[in-house]
Ligand binder design. Structure first.
Ligand code: HAM
Length: 410
């Protein structure tokens, strides 16, 4: 028996319904803030992803050559593609540009619960606003979106300039290595890396930076930071908005493009793969041949949010099964149309079996069975049975539709 590829999933209808419900909540928050949906190709030129991150990232991606010999990659994330699209299609559009997306990404990772090779991100990108208000807006959208899903989470906000200030004397590759240690709170690895370059003196300030939770402390540890006023203003706006978050100067973010404000969301009830959101400010446009425009955005790990939400019982709209004998088949079409026109999921019999067998089948999936036999076909009435209570009445069609409406969602 053939199986789906490793790290991918199939979604049955109940799960798809639950996913679409949560997706709609995210979309609605985006809409209310003015973020309009965009869509980019599932695959891009490999270069789009290696330009910033280097060839090292190839190991983590699905990379292939097409029949024309072009090197392509399935997108591992959407930000780079959105910025490429901005340069191609919307460079002259009035700023700021507010875009959102819901799209699948592909990463060649070791699969486990909450970590997949195909997964979905819901994200936003705010392009062309270089202010504290812009950073604060994006963080507010992030929190509002997570709130809308009902997930229980913690939001951590930081800024890369503190870490970068402390690491200013190191070459970029070592900086990246040190930041990766800090991001993972791998203090042993940090000590080894610093010792190897004779900079063990940095260990103490880096460790206390990761532990500190106030701006004043962070400024005291990291020294004079040019972005001080902007950082203070961002925090002032976040506080004024009543957002629940904590400051964390240990956030380094895995992707290489962030420039200043960074933030991450963590689900309270997930294990190792508990990061459900990541984002920050970045500048990618110039690297891709555009103007040096400031941007800020984030992506929510949609699948992790769904894992965190678990199987919540959801009210289901009533399902109507229209059953018929051969004499009733033509009238059944009209009856089914009336229920569908009223907005109900309506399934007609396709089996041609006897009414008894049809009712037994309907009992497995429908809330109401509407029976059209010879008598109903002639009289214009329908027999409707509530499958839960067993109550059955013969009434005019509009009264049957009203009965389903009165019942509402279960
Ligand atoms: P990221 O942190 O790499 O950021 O991914 C965002 C979120 O996607 C993560 O927080 C996580 O929830 C989810 N995620 C990542 N990998 C997997 C996986 N293998 N399986 C399931 N979920 C996963 C970005 O991608 C940036 N583009 C975010 C951004 C937008 N920054 C600025 N704008």
């Amino acid at each position: 028996m053939l199986q789906k590829p490793r790290g991918t999933r199939d979604f049955l209808p109940d799960e798809m319904e639950a996913r679409r419900t949560v997706e709609a909540k995210l979309r609605e928050v985006g809409r209310r803030y003015g973020y309009r949906e965009v869509c980019t190709p599932e695959f891009e030129d490999l270069e789009l992803f290696t330009l910033r991150s280097g060839a090292g990232i190839i190991d983590e991606m699905y990379v292939f050559e097409d029949k024309g010999g072009r090197k392509l990659a399935l997108r591992p994330e959407i930000t780079a593609a959105v910025i490429r699209m901005y340069i191609n299609e919307a460079k002259v559009a009035p700023k700021p540009i507010r875009w959102c997306y819901f799209a699948d990404c592909f990463r060649y990772e070791r699969p486990q619960k909450g970590r997949y090779r195909q997964f979905w991100q819901f994200g936003i990108e705010l392009i062309g606003a270089d202010t504290a208000a812009a950073d604060a807006e994006v963080i507010m959208v992030a929190a509002n979106m997570l709130d809308a899903t009902g997930v229980s989470y913690e939001l951590k906000v930081g800024h890369l300039s503190f870490m970068k200030n402390l690491l200013a004397g190191l070459d970029p590759a070592t900086q990246r290595k040190v930041m990766a240690h800090l991001d993972k709170k791998d203090f042993e690895g940090l000590a080894v890396t610093l010792a190897a370059i004779n900079r063990s003196d940095l260990a103490e300030s880096l460790t206390s930076l990761v532990a500190c939770r106030t701006l004043d402390e962070a400024f005291a540890i990291a020294g004079a930071i040019p972005e001080k006023a902007r950082i203070e203003e961002t925090i002032r706006l976040l506080d004024a908005s009543g957002l629940k978050y904590s400051l964390n100067f240990g956030i380094a973010r895995g992707l290489d493009y962030y420039t200043g404000t960074v933030f991450e969301g963590f689900a309270s009830n997930l294990g190792a793969e508990n990061q459900i959101l990541g984002g920050g400010t970045y500048r990618l446009a110039q690297l891709f041949g555009g103007d040096d425009v400031a941007s800020c955005g984030f992506a929510i790990g949609f699948d992790r949010v769904m894992v965190s939400l678990g199987d919540r019982p959801k009210k289901k709209d009533p399902v109507v099964a229209v059953l018929c004998t051969e004499e009733g088949r033509i009238r059944a079409l009209t009856v089914a149309k009336a229920f569908r026109d009223a907005g109900y999921r309506t399934e007609t019999d396709l089996s041609g079996r006897g009414i008894g067998a049809q009712i037994a089948h309907a009992a497995k999936s429908a809330d109401f069975a509407v029976v059209i036999g010879k008598r109903e076909a002639e009289s214009g009435e329908v027999t409707i049975r509530d499958m839960q209570s067993g109550e059955q009445v013969t009434v005019p069609l509009d009264a049957a539709v009203a009965k389903v409406a009165a019942h509402g969602a279960r």
